[in-house]
Design a protein around this ligand. Structure first.
Ligand SMILES: Cc1cc2nc3c(=O)[nH]c(=O)nc-3n(C[C@H](O)[C@H](O)[C@H](O)COP(=O)(O)O)c2cc1C
Length: 193
């Protein structure tokens, strides 16, 4: 797959074939990609928890908030839930520039998943204290982001929108998920050539 194709394929997927299990090797391979990404000051403050245990997965699932822009959809039903998770945490207050590292690491994990025919979704809407308990994490750790992973079963399409048009994602009646993206010309505000 061309890099551009991987980026375009790498959408936020929220419905999966739950019977397609993910092994811990796959999850660790994805985290290993994140390990090799840039880090401000090379401080490498991010830590990772991976889960491919159906029992822990179902408990993680209960802490997640899905697709705030689809208020009538409670999230993936049983059978279409993620087969694995990567939870990204930081130690104590070690934050600030690590916020940038977080985005780089999370996107690299999802690009790596897309390159393998998998997919997922970053989730910031997480009951973090509850999840900390479930994962038995030390008090000093802070959960920053959850990445849900699996074999996607939903179709997600990008649409170009201009200036005043809605950028809210939506589902059409055929259950296709539509994601409006602003046009390149609306994002590049100056070209110095
Ligand atoms: C930092 C971050 C946090 C996000 N948190 C959630 C979340 O809690 N729940 C959810 O369903 N989607 C979440 N998303 C996914 C966004 O809704 C999604 O990226 C956006 O709708 C655009 O779709 P796309 O990723 O396919 O381009 C998050 C995305 C990012 C980058």
């Amino acid at each position: 797959m061309e890099f551009k194709e991987i980026v375009e394929k790498n959408r936020s997927y929220r419905r999966f074939d739950q019977s397609h299990r993910l092994g811990k090797t796959t999850l660790l391979d994805l985290v290993d990609l994140a390990r090799k990404t840039p880090s401000a000051g090379n401080l490498q403050l991010l830590r990772f928890v991976v889960s491919c245990s159906p029992e822990i997965n179902s408990r993680i699932f209960e802490t997640l908030g899905w697709a705030a822009s689809l208020p009538d959809w409670p999230g993936p039903e049983d059978g279409e839930r993620p087969a694995g998770y990567v939870v990204i945490v930081t130690e104590g207050d070690s934050w600030d520039w690590a916020r940038v590292d977080l985005g780089i690491a999370a996107q690299t994990i999802l690009l790596g998943a897309a390159a393998r025919g998998l997919g997922g979704c970053m989730l910031g809407n997480v009951r973090k204290e509850k999840l900390k308990e479930i994962l038995n994490l030390e008090e000093s750790l802070t959960i920053q982001l959850v990445i849900a992973l699996g074999k996607p079963v939903e179709e997600v399409v990008l649409e170009e929108v201009s200036g005043g048009e809605s950028i809210t994602y939506y589902r059409s009646e055929d259950r296709v998920h539509h994601v409006p993206k602003r046009k390149l010309a609306d994002l590049v505000i100056r070209i110095c050539d």
